[in-house]
Design a protein around this ligand. Sequence first.
Ligand code: HEC
Ligand code: HEC
Length: 220
Amino acid sequence: MKSISIVSVLLGLLTLASEAVASPPAAYEGRRLYVSYCQLCHGTEGHGDGPLAKQMQISPADLTTTIRSRSDTILKKIISGQGRQTITGRDRHNLLSDAMPGWVDVFTEPQVDALIAFLRFLSRSKHEFMGDPEIGATVYQQYCVVCHGEEGDGDGIMTTLMRMTPSDHTNPNETNLLSNQQLFDTIATGRGQFMPAWNGVLSQEEIEGLVSYIRLLSNL
Ligand code: HEC
Ligand code: HEC
């Protein structure tokens, strides 16, 4: 009996470990929160032009530019609404009005970190979303992880079985150089010996979703 319980403990640990590996990338998770809680005012791409913006007396910030000069610590304070008074600097932009809701106790710490990862993504990315990353995430898990790895850094299980080097999708400098159309075409028509062509297997909508999901992988 004792050995059985040890086995089940080990199995439990294994499950925990694989769940940890399979946890979605921070910017992707952050985007989901952003869509529900922030885009109303700050807009889909963060430019401060959401549907509620016109109602606001103080315009929602264009997050793609303002947050570049903000440290993570300051962003945490701004988002959680804690210590707004302590955000003092020489320029007036460091003083926020209460037009920005303080999300005290709404988010857990990992959620705030994920939101910040997505804001950093918005300020760094040179490309609009081509498709729905939610669709892309599902398809990526199903077809791409085996080579490109859970986190997209190119260490999927197939790399231990065959000699190949899948592209690392987590390097923002590399993926930012590629246009949406270039990424789309590589996925659709394949590349080299081992990157398959997914034309015919995946729909246009799915490939467009993949393009956007890959971009979210690339900003960790
Ligand atoms: C009801 C509208 C509204 C919503 C919803 C909202 N914001 Fe804001 N936000 C604002 C306004 C307005 C400002 C500008 C406040 C000012 O300039 O005094 C702002 C400012 C900010 C700033 C500071 C920008 C800077 O660097 O100066 C950050 C960061 C921010 N918002 C993040 C978020 C995040 C993350 C969410 C979602 C969790 C969110 N906001 C939801 C209205 C909103
Ligand atoms: C059998 C392994 C394998 C599978 C499965 C696979 N890839 Fe690849 N992929 C590769 C390899 C190897 C490369 C590098 C090709 C080269 O440059 O020679 C690559 C390259 C790429 C690139 C090119 C990136 C760049 O820098 O231009 C993209 C995009 C890509 N893969 C996306 C995907 C997507 C999306 C899926 C799932 C639908 C997928 N791959 C599935 C092996 C794979």
